[in-house]
Design a protein around this ligand. Structure first.
Ligand code: AMP
Ligand code: MG
Length: 401
């Protein structure tokens, strides 16, 4: 097991042994936010037939030459075509068909006149304006054509893409499979937030909800959460159980070097390969990484900000490797600080920040046990080891969350 390693080495150790989980077919709406695993060809022309873009009359432009209010062209109305219907016959020269928006155009028609430019007649119609060929005419396949790439591999499916899939009658969508995540939150002091009143000496566990919610924000919906007391065998048994149904395990608490930091005992009971313990960064130094039959187990400190920060720094690249979806990895930028930070950073330190248009505000309270000042943060400020106190106006590197 390696120890006291740099963040970049930890990321390398995590990602080195992982490969993408593969692909799966999801029902169309469940694929929202997922990454398309292959080019999807259009199975049909859209629209599937030539159609009218408005309510009016299907006509032949050659019949309308010179039409005006003073000198209308008068044509017999031979049929009414509604949306969803099919014209019973072609439109012949010298005829009009009354037609509604979205209705199939008859063969022989080459333009459509809006009813406002006619007398709106039912038996026969007075046409008050000429049209050029193809005016107000929607072609079959003008949105997309059968066989062309409808949506490209690698795109993240947004609402419009889901609509496009529906328009093409596609029900199952091949996407990169995302992991089922188990979360085990440990601590004798930690009780579920549903426990009322709060017993003396206890705290409400927040890490399990914080991480579950964060995973959901990132598009990972299958999350199984368990709380456990600081008892090595119970922790090992619960981990084994979660690993039966999960692709990854995240744990919080119990990874430092105190009497009740039970992961040092629980992990050998579970029989894992321990990869590293302790990364040179604050908060969350004692983070631990292990593999159980190739499945990753990332054990984070119980301090909420430490758990949140090390989740972003280590679990995000882990998720990128496990899904093959690059957007899970963090993006790095530089920004100008709006505030100072009074402490020097002998070791690498991450602060909470709010980034906006090239500038980053710090939120004040940075202790790893404090959670409230994480609300609204959208980045981590990365202060290298050996940094002096930060002054307002300084340029810093940030990681967007
Ligand atoms: P540990 O990592 O077990 O040493 O815990 C560090 C700190 O985090 C302690 O103050 C714990 O009470 C707190 N803590 C542990 N687990 C949780 C949790 N699920 N939610 C909130 N705080 C926690
Ligand atoms: Mg503890």
């Amino acid at each position: 097991m390696q120890t006291h390693i740099e963040l970049e080495e930890a990321v390398e150790l995590i990602t080195a042994s992982l490969s993408p989980l593969g692909t799966e077919l999801l029902p169309r709406l469940e694929a929202l936010g997922c990454t398309l695993a292959q080019d999807l060809p259009a199975p049909m022309d859209q629209p599937p037939f030539d159609r009218s873009p408005l309510d009016g009359y299907a006509l032949r432009s050659a019949d309308l030459v010179g039409a005006s209010r003073e000198h209308p062209v008068v044509l017999p109305v031979v049929e009414i075509v509604y949306a969803g219907g099919v014209p019973s016959r072609p439109l012949a020269a010298g005829e009009a068909m009354r037609i509604m928006t979205g209705a199939m155009l008859p063969i022989g028609c080459d333009c459509v006149l809006q009813h406002e430019r006619t007398n709106n007649g039912m038996e026969q119609v007075e046409i008050y304006a000429p049209l050029s060929p193809h005016q107000n005419y929607c072609d079959r396949g003008e949105d997309y054509r059968a066989g062309t790439v409808l949506l490209p591999a690698g795109m993240v499916l947004d609402a419009a893409a889901i609509g496009v899939l529906a328009s093409a009658g596609i029900c199952q969508v091949p996407v990169h499979r995302r992991p089922v995540v188990g979360i085990l939150s440990t601590g004798d002091e930690v009780v579920p937030p549903e426990t009322h009143p709060l017993p003396p000496g206890k705290i409400y566990g927040s890490n399990q909800d914080l991480l579950t919610a964060r995973l959901r924000e990132l598009g990972i919906r299958e999350v199984r959460c368990v709380l456990s007391p600081d008892e090595p065998q119970a922790v090992a048994d619960t981990m084994a159980e979660l690993l039966n149904t999960c692709d990854i395990l995240l744990t919080t608490g119990g990874v430092s070097a105190g009497d009740k930091d039970i992961f040092h005992e629980a992990l050998p009971l579970l029989g894992v390969e321990r990869v590293f313990w302790k990364v040179n960064l604050k908060p969350g130094t004692p983070v631990m990484y292990s593999l159980k039959d190739g499945k990753p187990i990332l054990s984070l400190s119980g301090n909420p900000f430490a758990a949140a920060a090390t989740f972003e720094l280590l679990a995000r690249p882990l998720l990128a490797a496990l899904t093959g979806e690059a957007h899970f990895a963090l993006t790095s930028l530089t920004a100008v600080t709006e505030d100072g930070f009074p402490k020097a950073s002998p070791g690498r330190r991450f602060l909470r920040g709010v980034y906006r248009r090239g500038r980053v505000a710090l939120t004040g309270k940075n202790s790893s046990g404090l959670l409230a000042s994480l609300v609204g943060c959208n980045c981590l400020v990365d202060l290298p080891a050996g940094s002096p106190p930060v002054e307002a106006g300084q340029t810093v590197r940030i990681l967007l969350l």
